[in-house]
Ligand binder design. Structure first.
Ligand code: MG
Length: 251
């Protein structure tokens, strides 16, 4: 069932989005060569606490996710567990956080380069991820169907010759981190539920420089590209309004 939020819920979702976006603003100030993803996660835990937010990822799932953020480096697509490997020049690092404020969630991911990007293709990959995210969000209109978002994302990504990951998807969001509907990042338009006012979605293209097939690590969380190619992942939380898509996680 897709929950349509009332005005009170939407105002709390806006506040959660704003607070999470402010946490993300601090990442470029601290992320650097030699820092480990575990150290970055410790910073993020402080930032979330300071902003009064509850990290939804920590303790989630089986086995329980051990950190407040998913930090996915280079060939890791999503759900990277923060570890003790130092970031090095050229690394492509995605930070993904879902956090709640007064019981309502915001979900957001951004991809960063450590120092100088490793190649022009890597730069294009990140640009394509943001373009795909924007194209998907532009479809969040009353009367459209969910797969209109999926199709727009796939079209942008494949126009660059990049892969669209099939094994993970965007989702509805509200009181819970994951609500209905599932929002695939590929597929033909015109399918799935009709988009209505008051719905809220986390839209999150996950894209690869090579093939889209996924390999899971033994930790049961870390999802990598099977061919070892670079991956990028960006995400925003979006509310459906009569004026069009409202992105809660951009300031
Ligand atoms: Mg998400």
């Amino acid at each position: 069932m897709i929950v349509r939020k009332n005005n009170h819920a939407l105002s709390l979702m806006r506040e959660a989005g704003k607070r999470l976006a402010k946490v993300f603003e601090k990442i470029p100030l601290v992320i650097k060569t030699g820092m480990t993803s575990k150290e970055l996660d410790a910073f993020l835990e402080c930032f979330l606490k300071e902003s009064g937010m509850h990290a939804e990822c920590k303790g989630y799932g089986v086995p329980p996710f051990p950190a407040v953020s998913c930090i996915s480096v280079n060939d890791v697509i999503v759900h990277g567990i923060p570890n003790s490997i130092p970031f090095k020049e050229g690394d492509l690092v995605t930070v993904d956080i879902c956090a709640s404020y007064n019981g309502y969630c915001a979900d957001m991911a951004r991809t960063y380069f450590i120092g100088k990007p490793s190649s022009d293709k890597a730069i294009e990959l990140v640009k394509a991820a943001y373009n795909a995210l924007d194209a998907g969000i532009a479809m969040v209109l009353i009367g459209n169907r969910i797969s209109d978002i999926s199709s727009a994302i796939q079209t942008v990504v494949e126009s660059h010759g990049f892969g669209v990951v099939r094994d993970f998807a965007g989702h509805g969001i509200g009181k819970k981190m994951h609500e209905d509907p599932e929002i695939l990042n590929y597929g033909n338009k015109g399918k799935g539920p009709v988009i209505e006012e008051g719905m809220a979605f986390a839209i999150e293209p996950m894209i690869t420089l090579g093939d889209y097939k996924v390999r899971m690590d033994a930790d049961k969380w870390t999802a990598r590209t099977a061919d070892g190619s670079l991956a990028a992942h960006v995400e925003d939380t979006v509310i459906v309004t009569s004026d069009g898509p409202e992105i809660t996680t951009r300031l």
